[in-house]
Design a protein around this ligand. Sequence first.
Ligand SMILES: [Zn+2]
Length: 449
Amino acid sequence: MTRGGLYARSFALCAAVLLTGMVPGSTVSSRVPGPDVKTPDIEQQNSARAYVLSYATPDVHALAPEPVRVAVTVGKGDTLMALLAKAQVPRAEAHEAVQALRDVFNPKDLTAGTNIELSFQPKRNDDEDMSFLGLNFEPNVERLVSVVKTWTGFEAGQVQKPLSRQTVKAAGTIHSSLYQDAVKAGVPAGVIVEMIRALSYDVDFQRDIQPNDKFAVMFDRMVNDDGKTARIGDMSYAELTLGSTTHRIYRFVTPDGIADYYNGKGESVRKALLKTPIDGARLTSGFGKRMHPILGYTVGHKGVDFGAVTGTPIMAAGSGVVAEADWKGAYGRYVKIRHNGTFSTAYAHLSQIGRGIQPGARVQQGQIIGYVGATGRATGPHLHYEVLVDNKQVNPLGVKLPTGTKLQGKVLTAFQIETGKLETRMAGLPLANATKVADASDAKAAKAK
Ligand SMILES: [Zn+2]
């Protein structure tokens, strides 16, 4: 029961007593001395009520004393039993309350920092101990758990607090890195990762992004009545403006129930190869040099480099079969994946080759195949990445890959209606304040669902 609920109950009791006090209305008015009993004026009515009140009040207090509430905060390593003992709850009652709580909540799951409200009945005289009435707390912003003393002992209950969905827009200019500037703009980390992942097929996060490029994103969050964010929902739209080019991606659920991201033409953003085969959020230098527009990649260096700290996971740019996974001279630790009869990709200077990555092993796009290092001829930790066509290195930045699946017919029409709605919504939304999930335990609880 909520604090308000407990209060409301004692108030209801009070009102009930008042009512019973007033039911024999004629008796009351007859008790009130007055010159004209048949037509009492307002003043007389008021004095009658005042009389009843002063008569009823002591009884109300005797029946429903306002409980004394004590707030305790769970510290690291605290058990509920220890907290109750510290608050002078008699051992037997504490034990019974904790046992009752187990029906709805495992006391071991109490996290440090949780506030627990304990209720006691105040003592009526000095010889009496305050008796323990129960406790309540919110294990997360969605849930209220309580234990209340009843005639038959302690009973536990819980209330699921309603959440509402809020669609939020955030946007900003890139000054240091997409990740950092998106955090500053109030985009939750999970949404940034989703955005970077969805854009990694088209964007080389090392070279394509330059200072003053822009981003905008729309996502859902689930909030409770207090406006606290319980969890983050899906990213529905994202745009990244690189120089004069804007990449737009839309979330769309096809009739078979599969959610994915598409570009404005209804083409899945998924391509055979990722352009950034590393978590774009973890690149050390925010910006790489944009390639010379005519020369493309530098002659003699037949790949592109991604600067990241040693140990950063490297992903398979596409699904395929491992062709090589060993030390290879100046490349240091090296992995090569064959994607089809034409395309292969290679990854060099690894500090470590991923578990199970050996010639003949099948890998999925995005699977971790190794970790960034500086083995072989490398001046510092980075991933050297190559795309090979018919076993010859090509400029990875210039590779034209077939587009992903394209929506057709009625589904494409539905998609176009949906993107129109998303754009209207995006245009009409104000910019969001920072979205903070209420606390770490909430995020954990949300994940556990
Ligand atoms: Zn290189």
